[in-house]
Design a protein around this ligand. Structure first.
Ligand code: NAP
Length: 302
């Protein structure tokens, strides 16, 4: 509830604007970040926010603790690490919400360990990049108990537009991985075909208009064709995170005995980009792999 204290752990590209929206909605905040200056700077800008030295300290006074971190290992450490993980500061009946994109198996394991301490847990990853995090219009897919979801509604609605419980613990993470795998495949083929368009000396503005009105339209076309053609690769969503998501999805699929051949090819392309030092660039940098493999530039002016 607004007026309640929430702990926010991880003030990166997404976490910072999400925490700002919680503050705007009336939550008091205790924030923690690995690089402490970022949390201190955040708290200096807001009367209702305090920076904590450890996740444990951040969670101690909060009824709900939110994590927005890179991957499974970081979430596990920040929530359950000894002696300063958040759970060590949480009492029976509190709630933890992980909004990072991590492996569903890890979400379930973390949920089990927190559950054994009487702490509720939701895996609640998001889609929509920094702009949607900033204006509070993220899509949030939630796995967990219905009662925990109901309790979390005011928190989640402060950050998201479409907030949906998709099933039990782990299902939020799995839905997210499938969504991002489709996006990753789509962005990869878009990159390759933009390179093709340049080689064929097409008018890429005309191509984009036709595709946008036709069956080739996609969120990736709308959001990433421009940055790919302009080589505007400042990270909104880091390529290394897209690669992580495709890899998690492939692992889950393998465990379930479902072949994902198209996604496997996308994994190779993103892996090549990561190997070429593009991991911290936006995932639109996948265009550089298509360029390197063809010897042709996708640049609009080329
Ligand atoms: P980011 O900008 O790289 O931020 C990562 C955050 O995690 C930072 O606060 C960072 O702290 C912290 N961190 C990194 N390693 C850590 C460690 N070992 N221990 C503790 N904290 C650590 O990432 P992001 O874009 O906000 O993404 C966060 C999560 O959201 C990821 O799972 C990503 O896949 C997912 N996601 C991202 C987007 C997007 O568009 N960006 C969209 C949907 C979902 P420092 O400040 O110290 O580096």
């Amino acid at each position: 509830m607004p007026g309640e204290r929430a702990a926010f752990l991880g003030l990166g590209i997404m976490g910072r604007p999400m925490a700002e929206n919680l503050a705007r909605a009336g939550f008091e905040l205790t924030v923690w970040n690995r690089t402490a200056e970022r949390a201190e700077e955040f708290a200096r800008g807001l009367d209702t926010a305090t920076a904590a030295a450890t996740p444990r300290e951040a969670a101690a006074e909060a009824s709900v603790t939110i994590t927005m971190l890179p991957d499974s290992a970081e979430v596990e450490e920040v929530l359950l690490g000894e002696p300063d993980g958040a759970a060590a500061g949480m009492t029976d009946g509190r709630l933890a919400i992980d909004m990072s994109t991590i492996a569903p198996t890890a979400s379930r394991a973390i949920g089990d360990r927190l559950g054994a301490k009487g702490i509720g847990f939701l895996d609640a990853p998001v889609t929509g990049s920094r702009p949607k995090a900033e204006d509070g219009t993220l899509t949030i897919m939630v796995g967990g108990e219905e009662a925990d979801f109901d309790r979390a509604q005011p928190v989640l609605e402060a950050m998201g537009e479409l907030v949906l419980r998709v099933g039990p613990q782990g299902h939020g993470s799995m839905v997210k991985l499938i969504n991002n795998t489709v996006a990753a495949v789509n962005a990869a083929v878009l990159a390759e075909t933009l390179v093709l368009a340049q080689k064929a000396e097409l008018d890429t503005d005309a191509l984009r208009k036709v595709m946008g009105a036709g069956s080739g339209n996609s969120t990736m076309l709308q959001l990433k064709a421009g940055p790919m053609l302009e080589h505007d690769l400042d990270p909104l969503f880091k390529l290394e995170h897209m690669l992580k998501d495709v890899r998690h999805c492939l692992r889950e699929a393998e465990a379930l005995g479902v072949p994902l051949r198209v996604a496997s090819t996308a994994e190779e392309l993103y892996s090549e980009a990561d190997g070429n030092g593009l991991g911290e660039r936006d995932f639109a940098a996948i265009v550089e792999v298509a360029e390197r493999n063809s010897g042709i530039s996708a640049r609009k002016s080329a």
